[in-house]
Structures are given as C-alpha cells and as structure tokens.
Design a protein around this ligand. Structure first.
Ligand code: FES
Length: 54
C-alpha cells in the first residue's frame, strides 16, 4: 500500500527504513534513509503510525 504519493513510498519501504540502522520513530528520518523528504506532508500522520509501530 502506498503511504506517500509524492515520493511513491510504500508501507513496507517506510517500515524497513524505520527499522534499519538505529530504529527511529520519526517519519522524516525514515524518509531520509530512502533518499526522500516530505513534500506536501499529507502522508506524515500515517507514516508516523507506521514507524512507531515498527
Ligand atoms: S504524500 Fe508524502 S509528502 Fe506528499
């Protein structure tokens, strides 16, 4: 399932990024690990839930 339309990021990618290296609960840090940054910001609340659960 797509989490971030602007960056075409899926739930699995975001979860894996949150778990890689030092685990993070910050969606912006997880996006950075994928070489992306938030654009419109619409996805951040959902992305935050995913990284916190990860
Ligand atoms: S949907 Fe993620 S920044 Fe726009």
């Amino acid at each position: 399932m797509i989490v971030c339309v602007c960056n075409a990021l899926g739930e699995r990618q975001v979860r894996a990024a949150a778990r890689s290296g030092t685990p993070t609960a910050c969606p912006i840090a997880a996006y950075a690990r994928l070489g992306c940054k938030p654009r419109c910001g619409q996805c951040l609340s959902h992305a935050r839930e995913i990284v916190r659960a990860a």
